[in-house]
Design a protein around this ligand. Structure first.
Ligand code: ADE
Length: 220
């Protein structure tokens, strides 16, 4: 699968794209491509944004700039990109990212993430996208953190990226847990400052451990 991220701040992804599960995805043939809108702007002085019609604070990312970047990356009319790819605008106005949506995005086709900045992208971006996605009911300064959260949730679901697939299935919010949070995890030491790991987890009784974990999920 190919993942494209459009942003004014590609350097924001430098650390993220070196993470082990991204490397694992690349080793399986998945691609991660960053495009800086500014590299493709048709405007002079590398302009990418403008003041909002009707007045108001902030700057808005121009739709002609977004179209030019998409066309440079994919070699087709910007409106046609969504014919073969899922094109997502990251915006607080979007559908909230959750486990089922991450699974849907991981099922393909190739994914394009459009990051806004400032006051966001000109509303006419709706002509270019298949989806608008939010990572939560709050306003971030730009879409980059939201794009990383989306890439993270989606990449983990690609077959073979996480070496133990059971850990993906049993993760928080997976359907198997009926939308509930995952059970608690503990590791050594068994006791620290008087804080003890539940006895049942140290018992070696797998059936009891499973029962205890299911109970914890229900409680949460
Ligand atoms: N851009 C700004 N805030 C955002 C949010 N909550 N989710 C996705 N993109 C955003």
């Amino acid at each position: 699968m190919r993942f494209d991220v459009f942003t004014l701040f590609p350097e924001a992804f430098d650390w993220y794209l070196t993470q082990v599960h991204i490397r694992a995805a690349q080793a399986l043939g998945h691609e991660f491509v960053l495009t800086n809108y500014r590299d493709h702007t048709p405007l002079s002085h590398l302009q990418v944004d403008d003041t909002p019609y009707g007045g108001g604070a902030g700057m808005v990312l121009r739709i002609d700039v977004v179209c030019a970047a998409l066309e440079a990356a994919f070699g087709v009319d910007a409106e046609r990109v969504k014919d073969t790819r899922r094109v997502v605008e990251l915006t607080p106005k979007g559908r909230q990212l959750d486990d089922p949506l991450a699974g849907e995005l991981a099922a393909g086709p190739d994914l394009v993430l459009l990051c806004g900045r400032y006051e966001g992208i000109d509303e006419r971006v709706t002509h270019l996208v298949t989806d608008r996605v939010s990572i939560g009911p709050y306003v971030l300064s730009g879409g980059e953190i939201a794009a990383m959260a989306t890439l993270d949730a989606v990449t983990r679901k690609l077959p073979g990226v996480i070496s133990n697939p059971a850990s993906v299935v049993s993760e928080s919010h997976a359907a198997e847990l009926e939308g509930g949070a995952e059970y608690p995890h503990y590791t050594r030491p068994a006791e620290f400052r008087g804080w003890e790991v539940p006895e049942v987890l140290r018992s070696g009784h797998h059936a009891e451990i499973e029962r205890w974990r299911a109970e914890q999920v229900r409680k949460r």
